[in-house]
Design a protein around this ligand. Structure first.
Ligand code: AR6
Length: 176
């Protein structure tokens, strides 16, 4: 399933299967793996990914770092650390926006032309899904319309319900 508006695509499936320039990992500050999409990415990429991640010295919440893709079909992995949801008054919105911004900045700096994001922070970290989707759309829209990232952006949802949130928000957004 693919839903497209301008250069933003919504797909449903496993992000580790995407043949694309870069996928984004919803990691933790250690960058040494975990569950959810992080676990799936490390399992599919292989042990070399963990070895490279050990050299990175972790990553702050809201920041991002890049590695090779190893056994994955993508070229690069951009690891970002989303905020844990604590109710919304601990800077969670800005930190989540920063995950999307810093990932797109890194992709642009490396000349990458296609990038796919999972729904960062909306699993184990419990960020409300609709609120997270609106933040993701706002940042991606800014980057595409201002040519800060010149390529295709994909949101890779793991289930239909998540994709429906994005599709509804995009349908309401006649500017995009
Ligand atoms: N492809 C695409 N999306 C996926 C996949 C996949 N293979 N697997 C899960 N998702 P989560 P977070 C979706 O919990 O909330 C890890 O332990 C999932 O349905 O992976 O940012 C890290 O090490 C959800 O929509 O990430 C951190 O400790 C989204 O990915 C912590 O979890 C994010 O869920 C990060 O928590």
């Amino acid at each position: 399933m693919k839903y497209t508006t301008h250069s933003l695509n919504i797909v449903i499936g496993d992000i580790t299967r995407l043949r694309i320039d870069a996928i984004v990992n919803a990691a933790n500050t250690s960058l040494l793996g975990g569950g959810g999409v992080d676990g799936a990415i490390h399992r599919a990429a292989g042990k070399e990914l963990l070895a490279e991640c050990r050299t990175l010295g972790g990553c702050l919440t809201g920041q991002s770092k890049i590695t090779e893709g190893y056994n994955l079909p993508c070229k690069k992995i951009i690891h970002t650390v989303g905020p844990v949801w604590h109710g919304g008054d601990q800077g969670e919105d800005e930190l989540l926006a920063s995950c999307y911004r810093t990932s797109l900045d890194i992709a642009a700096q490396h000349g990458l032309k296609s990038i796919a994001f999972p729904c960062i922070s909306t699993g184990v970290y419990h960020f409300p899904k609709q609120r997270a989707a609106q933040i993701a759309i706002n940042v991606i829209k800014e980057y595409i319309t201002q040519n800060k990232f010149e390529g295709d952006v994909t949101i890779c949802c793991f289930c239909t319900k998540d994709a429906d949130i994005y599709k509804a928000l995009l349908a309401d957004d006649n500017q995009f």
